[in-house]
Design a protein around this ligand. Structure first.
Ligand code: ZN
Length: 235
């Protein structure tokens, strides 16, 4: 029995109502991405950066996990699963997933860039950063634990080594990602695994030839299809 590897992106949380910077909706339209997601300039734009992430955190209260979050959680209880996501929301965890690897960080965490102390925020508590100094070292430089453009993503090493070491009996599910940020073709270039692609629509970044199954649908509308593929793989 092989392992099951998920790699998800914004398309997983979209049916829950969480928008991304590609959707150009309200919140993302009000802020310049070059300012609020920029590792080179975030200290200069400190107040604006935190204002943006405070608002994004409040959006988490308005959304709930969708059927695919729940399906991934259910699958995780039946198989050996490695669960990579590019999403910074907590919807996989709320659906019941444990050990999710957040490649681009977590919206519900802040960290001190001086002493690395981490503050975990809770949905039910106050979700806003109050511009207080670090409790441990008194540094002012508290940063949202979201990976900014130009910042190193610490878990990419795990991602690359997992994909490099895939075997013939492993199953990979790529779900709701355009492949524009993480190069899916590169990740799968040597993979001997069976690979599934679930995306809303075809896009120019992902090479369809790398996949044995391709489903172009909203990810909350193909739960049964995914289950069937998993059962075939498991039989
Ligand atoms: Zn500190």
């Amino acid at each position: 029995m092989g392992k099951l590897v998920f790699l998800s992106g914004a398309g997983l949380s979209a049916p829950s109502g969480l928008s991304t910077f590609r959707d150009n909706d309200g919140l993302w339209e009000q802020y310049d991405l070059d300012i609020v997601c920029n590792y080179q300039t975030w200290i200069k734009n400190f107040n604006l950066v935190h204002e943006f992430y405070n608002k994004r955190r409040l959006e988490l209260r308005k959304v709930t996990p969708n059927k695919m979050h729940e399906k991934i959680a259910e699958i995780s209880k039946r198989f050996e699963v490695i669960n990579f996501t590019q999403n910074v929301d907590d919807l996989l965890e709320r659906a019941g997933c444990e050990n999710v690897i957040h490649l681009h960080g977590k919206l519900l965490e802040l960290h001190c860039t001086n002493c690395n102390d981490i503050t975990k925020l809770n949905l039910n508590d106050d979700l806003e950063f109050k511009f207080e100094n670090c409790k441990k070292c008194q540094s002012k430089l508290i940063k949202p634990s979201v990976v900014f453009f130009g910042e190193q993503a610490p878990f990419y090493t795990d991602l690359y080594s997992t994909f490099y070491n895939l075997n013939e009996d492993d199953l990979v599910v790529i779900i709701g990602t355009s492949g524009a940020v993480i190069n899916i073709n590169y990740l799968l270039r040597f993979a001997k695994s069976k690979n599934i692609l679930i995306n809303l629509e075809k896009n120019k970044y992902i090479n369809e030839a790398l996949f044995s199954h391709i489903i172009y649908k909203s990810c909350d509308e193909c739960i049964d299809e995914l289950e069937q593929i998993i059962q075939e793989w498991n039989s």
